[in-house]
Design a protein around this ligand. Structure first.
Ligand code: IPE
Ligand code: MG
Length: 215
């Protein structure tokens, strides 16, 4: 979800305003994805590197996370959406952690849909974390055990969409992205529309995915 800051600047507003409007688009876009047949989506809210921005920005965004979970909690329950925050959440305050843990706990048995928020998330961190978990269990390090201990377990994204105009992964799901289809939109995140998602899904539907094979 890149482009909140530039979007706000373009209308003479603060970066905080951009993040606020940006966060308000998440659930709507998630719903659009589910209507198009996708049952799992992860929104990259903050990378491990984004956390080195100034305190004013990181604190504001962490508050938005808390506010959004509270705002959409009933929707998660009503629509049977399993909610999870992936990333190193140990840096968050006890209050926010409590809100996250409550939402995760109350939705943990839902199987219909999954909505993940990646927060203080890095693909490199995810891999290191997974290796350490496997080692702690005395398991061999192989594709199966590494995959099992990733934050996403065996859910690998079929499709990764980045807004904001840059063509890079910025440390997002490095392991899991091995065969993902990548889409880079020249649209700032707060401007993303349901039609943008529909167009991408249409294009995705026409791709023959070969996973390295011949046909
Ligand atoms: C939102 O966009 C993504 C977050 C890291 C919260 P940015 O904050 O990167 O916005 P730009 O790139 O400055 O426009
Ligand atoms: Mg950016």
């Amino acid at each position: 979800m890149d482009g909140n800051g530039r979007w706000a600047k373009s209308i003479g507003q603060s970066r905080q305003h951009g993040h606020k409007i940006g966060s308000s688009r998440v659930y709507e876009i998630f719903k659009t994805c589910t209507e198009l047949g996708c049952n799992t989506a992860t929104f990259f809210a903050m990378s491990s590197e984004n956390m080195h921005r100034n305190d004013e920005e990181t604190e504001f965004i962490s508050q938005l996370l808390e506010i959004s979970i509270n705002e959409y909690f009933e929707e998660l329950i009503k629509n049977e959406i399993k909610f999870k925050v992936i990333g190193d959440t140990s840096i968050l305050s006890a209050d926010i952690l409590q809100v996250i843990e409550h939402a995760e706990h109350e939705t943990e048995n839902f199987t219909k849909y999954k909505l993940n928020i990646a927060y203080n998330y890095g693909g490199q961190w995810d891999i290191i974390n997974s290796v350490n978990r496997a080692l702690a269990n005395n398991e061999p390090i192989n594709q199966k055990t590494l995959s099992k201990h990733l934050t996403t377990h065996s859910d690998y994204p079929d499709l990764i969409v980045r807004t904001g105009g840059h063509k890079r992964l910025s440390n997002f799901m490095l392991w899991q992205a091995a065969y993902s289809e990548l889409y880079f939109l020249d649209i700032l995140w707060p401007d993303i529309s349901q039609d943008d998602i529909k167009n991408i899904f249409n294009e995705y539907g026409n791709i023959k995915r070969k996973f390295g094979l011949i046909t």
